[in-house]
Ligand binder design. Structure first.
Ligand code: AP5
Ligand code: ZN
Length: 213
């Protein structure tokens, strides 16, 4: 399947992705994860993206369109993919349509992680991630077996630099101004499925499976 996950910061896109990936596609492309890896490796892309990310603003359309266009060539992404955090502007959505048209494919479903803003601060400030795999935990809602340690690799967990209450405000503003119109864009194509993203993770997973089966 070819899927897009859209929703505000902390709505659960990254949490549901590995489960969807295992069951419905082989390919998970998260622009946020790719950009964070580029920032950590200080690549030219990372250097360009760093400042906007730390302020909670979107990086330029050209940068993210370029990384997605390249990633879609991966052999593992030929039969299906999950786009997590992309497209986030209407321009990105239009560019994606062009990229897919060139490849003769189209998006099957857009999963909209609908949730009230008020819930998100607690989710964001309690999140700990394993940078190498993208796995995320939560001190209260999804604690690791050993605090501060990844269950699978035993490596240390870290907090994202943009996971503060102050930066969350900018990220939410960007979501409402720039990304909400993307949901309308796909709504007109009648491929949006609305999820109750405020529910516990297993219930959200069940909704996703119902939509996709
Ligand atoms: P990105 O990494 O995409 O961040 P985001 O959209 O803000 O989303 P998050 O990763 O914060 O949330 P999530 O929905 O994945 O939540 P998670 O499942 O981890 O982007 C970061 C930055 O990169 C952007 O600000 C921008 O600068 C740049 N960028 C990226 N893509 C771009 C693009 N296309 N264009 C331009 N710029 C771009 O869950 C959060 C926490 O809650 C976790 O701790 C988790 O354990 C917990 N949790 C999850 N689900 C539940 C649940 N159901 N109940 C209770 N707790 C839960
Ligand atoms: Zn994420």
């Amino acid at each position: 399947k070819r899927l897009i996950l859209v929703g505000p910061p902390g709505s659960g896109k990254g949490t549901q992705s590995p489960i969807i990936k295992d069951e419905f596609c082989l390919c998970h492309l998260a622009t946020g994860d790719m950009l964070r890896a580029a920032v950590a490796a200080k690549t030219p892309l990372g250097v360009k993206a760093k400042e906007a990310m730390e302020k909670g603003q979107l990086v330029s359309d050209d940068l993210v369109v370029g990384i997605i266009n390249e990633a879609l060539e991966k052999p593992s992404c030929q039969k299906g993919f999950i786009l997590d955090g992309f497209p986030r502007t209407v321009v990105q959505a239009e560019k994606l349509d062009e990229m897919l048209e060139r490849r003769g494919v189209k998006v099957d479903k857009v999963l909209n992680f609908a949730i009230d803003d008020a819930i998100l601060e607690e989710r964001i400030t309690g999140r700990w991630i394993h940078p190498a795999s993208g796995r995320s935990y939560h001190t209260k809602f999804a604690p690791p077996k050993v605090p501060g340690i990844d269950d699978v690799t035993g490596q240390p967990l870290v907090q994202r630099k943009d996971d503060t209450a102050a930066v969350l405000k900018s990220r939410l503003e960007a979501f409402h101004k720039q990304t909400k119109p993307v949901i309308d864009y796909y709504g007109k194509k009648r491929i949006v499925a609305n999820l109750h993203a405020e529910k516990p993770p297993p219930e959200v997973t069940a909704e996703v499976k119902k939509v996709l089966s």
